[in-house]
Ligand binder design. Structure first.
Ligand SMILES: [Mg+2]
Length: 497
């Protein structure tokens, strides 16, 4: 066999791979729908956050709130955290919904304080008390909420204003639709300032299209914005005269997700793109058409496909991925740009993690020896239990326990800085997005439940090819025989347990 040079599509680095929760054979996928904002188009988000925060600050100052001295603090907030508006706290929870870390206002709560407040609580996001932060504007909102809780505690806001009443006022001050409209006008005027181009993306979509898959753009953005963004991100990287429009069999704007997946909105056809003239789409949808609104069941009928033949790719865990999976049984892919930084940090920490695992293994062994010595002493002192051939003296047992305790104290001192480093990777306060201490985070569990695959960007599909069979790894269970490095048992340092 001739050895071909196929090095132009090498295996990607870990942060650019596609990760699989549920096995997905891309060959059996016949159509792929893409969300646009933060899925096909990635923004330089710091600029947006600052502008959204400044906008809120102005609006609240106009209402007489003492907020002029405040500033957006990215170290206070992170995606995946949850507001507890009952108590004025920001919290991070593990996959079971137990709170593992909390901040009251801007003050970090201690381990005992967190335990006292939350030991009996399990977060249920369907309750109005909890607000999950999974969007960009959510970060500015969460930051302002925490800072305003401080103002309440300092008695600087109206006395009748409680933590719960505070939240809707903060939310209203953002006036998201207005804010988004303003920002989008800036982005259209100066896309190079706000949009991060990905030259690999158009080729990844071309590969999928020419492999026979129908491609669809399904975005909540309006036509004039979507058209400008897609042209900026795609057209210069496509061959010849081809434009982004030639990639997609169907373009759906103002799709009103999650309503697109849950409702029965009609399709309006965009018949005059310049003047954005719409008519109700009476009959069959047309290939290459642009529509407003619409609904997923009608898309399935148009394509003649069923849910498991359609893949939807989006960045919003609820509106893109959870609903399309839950109601339509479409296959789902989540785009999570922060995954790149997460994986780079974990890779850099890998050697330290090996050391930490070894120390925790030793700690577990010594703790077991200590417990056995203690039980043996108890049986000797109480005069029960099986007879030992050479019973140790109570004094020897106490000496052994003392030595073990001393070594355990030493071990804790070695473990502590490593655990602290592990739990502050990427974000100094909240740590890794997908971890809560040693466990999976609440966000990680949502991804596991709803996203068949996840990746940092859509162009990660390029090196996987349109023909990849993505296999889920064998799920691990606590009782699995240990074949590699020992997993570290739970540990806690300052609130992480
Ligand atoms: Mg999006």
């Amino acid at each position: 066999m001739t050895e071909l040079n196929l090095s132009h599509l090498t295996l990607p680095t870990p942060e650019r791979r596609v990760y699989c929760n549920r096995t997905l054979n891309l060959r059996s996928i016949r159509a792929i729908g893409f969300d646009m904002d933060y899925t096909l188009i990635h923004y330089k988000s710091a600029e947006w956050e600052l502008q959204a925060y400044a906008h809120m600050q102005r609006r609240l100052a106009q209402k007489g709130w003492p907020v002029e001295h405040l500033a957006f603090d990215s170290e206070l907030v992170s995606l995946g955290i949850i507001l507890d508006i009952e108590h004025g706290n920001l919290v991070k929870a593990n996959r079971f919904g137990f709170v593992k870390k909390a901040v009251h206002g801007t003050r970090v709560m201690g381990f005992d304080e967190v335990r006292a407040l939350y030991a009996q609580e399990i977060i249920d996001l369907s309750e109005s008390r909890w607000v999950f932060i999974h969007t960009l504007f959510g970060l500015s909102e969460a930051c302002m909420y925490a800072q305003a809780v401080d103002l309440i505690d300092e008695g600087r806001l109206a006395p009748a204003l409680g933590y719960r009443e505070l939240y809707p006022q903060i939310r209203a001050s953002l006036d998201e639709a207005h804010m988004e409209g303003q920002l989008k006008a800036h982005v259209i005027a100066e896309p190079e300032r706000y949009v991060e181009l990905d030259p690999e993306l158009p080729l990844a979509l071309l590969d999928l299209k020419h492999a026979g898959k129908r491609l669809m753009l399904i975005t909540n953005s309006e036509w004039h914005y979507a058209n400008a963004m897609m042209a900026y991100a795609f057209d210069a990287f496509l061959p010849g005269e081809m434009t982004w429009r030639d990639l997609f069999d169907l373009t759906i704007v103002r799709s009103m997700k999650p309503g697109f997946f849950t409702g029965t909105f009609p399709f309006l056809e965009l018949v005059d793109e310049e003047r954005e003239h719409l008519v109700i789409a009476q009959n069959q949808l047309k290939l290459g058409g642009v529509y407003v609104g619409g609904n997923a069941p009608a898309v399935e009928r148009f394509l003649g496909l069923s849910g498991e033949q359609i893949l939807y790719v989006g960045d919003h865990i609820y509106a893109d991925v959870h609903v399309s999976k839950d109601l339509m049984r479409w296959r789902t892919a989540l785009v999570l740009r922060d995954l790149e930084q997460e994986i780079v940090s974990l890779t850099a920490f890998a050697d330290a993690q090996v050391t930490l695992d070894a120390l925790m293994e030793e700690k577990e062994l010594l703790e077991h020896r200590f417990s056995v010595a203690r039980l043996t002493l108890q049986r000797i002192e109480k005069g029960y239990g099986p007879e030992l051939a050479t019973p140790p003296s109570a004094r020897d047992l106490r000496d052994t326990m003392q030595q073990l305790r001393a070594r355990l104290v030493e071990l804790d001192a070695e473990v502590e800085p490593l655990v602290r480093a592990a739990t502050t990777l990427v974000h100094p306060l909240w740590g890794l997005l997908l971890r809560a201490g040693n466990d999976k985070s609440h966000l990680a569990r949502q991804i596991e439940r709803s996203a068949d695959v996840y990746m940092s960007r859509v162009s990660n599909l390029l090196s996987q090819t349109p023909f990849v069979y993505l296999r889920a790894p064998r799920g691990s269970l606590p009782h699995d025989p240990i074949t590699t490095a020992h997993a570290a048992p739970d540990t806690h340092v300052d609130g992480w347990c």
